[in-house]
Ligand binder design. Structure first.
Ligand code: F6R
Length: 242
């Protein structure tokens, strides 16, 4: 595991964007695995800026997102498809037909999850998977559990996740109760993984991810077994690592 320590969020975002840009330079027809949440927003801003300046070309790039709320349409501002369009896809020359986010409107969970796995397979697998880290060590919507889920699956959101996410909705009752997420196996199959982490509130989770025991109780700890993981984290997030 390679660890880059940055001074702050802005530096973290720039470094992570440089790694993604290098991947696109190296293989213009690459498949990016993408994440939502607050941490990658600055990374996407840098990528958009470099595209607008003419130094980055997304025309050959395909993408697969980690997760999506079940029941939310792409037009819903809280959906992860909306997030991706708004933060990246609408501002660069990526072909949206080749951007895959689990279909939140597919009510048949099995079908929705199989479609996502199939999309990843059809693209030939993920070259570089971007991940954020949850405070409890989750990646995607893979929450602490007694096993590592293998493939894309439907999860019931925990009460703590519903409480954490309700700030984005006008009413708690509007927070979806389920989501589709890549499994730990899907994530581990990516050729390279890039984890972005910022802030002191992630310090315990990052410490457990890097140097704690490998356990489904800290889903991100499995990344210790992946041969090509790069962590870009700021000083605050790395403050608990000895
Ligand atoms: C996002 C995702 C989540 C987030 C994690 C951290 O697609 O799957 O696992 O990466 O919850 O979220 P932020 O960055 O908002 O702290």
């Amino acid at each position: 595991m390679r660890i880059y320590k940055t001074k702050n969020y802005d530096e973290m975002s720039k470094k992570a964007a440089q790694i993604i840009a290098a991947q696109i330079e190296l293989k213009p027809e690459c498949v990016l695995g993408l994440a939502t949440g607050s941490t990658p927003v600055g990374t996407y801003q840098n990528l958009v800026k470099w595209y607008q300046e003419g130094s980055l070309d997304f025309s050959g790039v395909s993408s697969c997102n980690l997760d999506e709320y079940k029941g939310l349409s792409p037009e819903n501002e809280q959906s992860y498809r909306y997030f991706m369009n708004h933060n990246l896809f609408d501002h660069v020359n990526i072909d949206k037909e080749r951007t895959f986010v689990p279909n939140g409107l597919e009510e048949d969970s099995k079908q929705a999850c199989e479609m996502h796995e199939q999309a990843i397979r059809a693209l030939g697998g993920i070259d570089l998977q971007l991940l954020g880290l949850g405070r409890n060590g989750h990646i995607g919507f893979n929450e602490p559990a007694d096993h590592f889920p293998k493939e894309t699956h439907c999860v019931n959101l925990t009460e703590s996740t519903i409480q954490a996410n309700k700030r984005f909705f006008s009413d708690e009752s509007e927070v979806p109760r389920q989501a589709y997420t890549m499994g730990i196996g899907t994530i581990m199959n990516a050729a390279k993984i890039l984890v972005v982490v910022s802030g002191e509130d992630k310090a315990d989770a990052l410490c457990a991810m890097i140097s704690g025991p490998i356990t489904p109780d800290v889903p991100a700890s499995i990344l210790q077994l992946h041969p090509d993981v790069t962590v870009v984290a700021d000083e605050a997030a790395l403050s608990k690592l000895k």
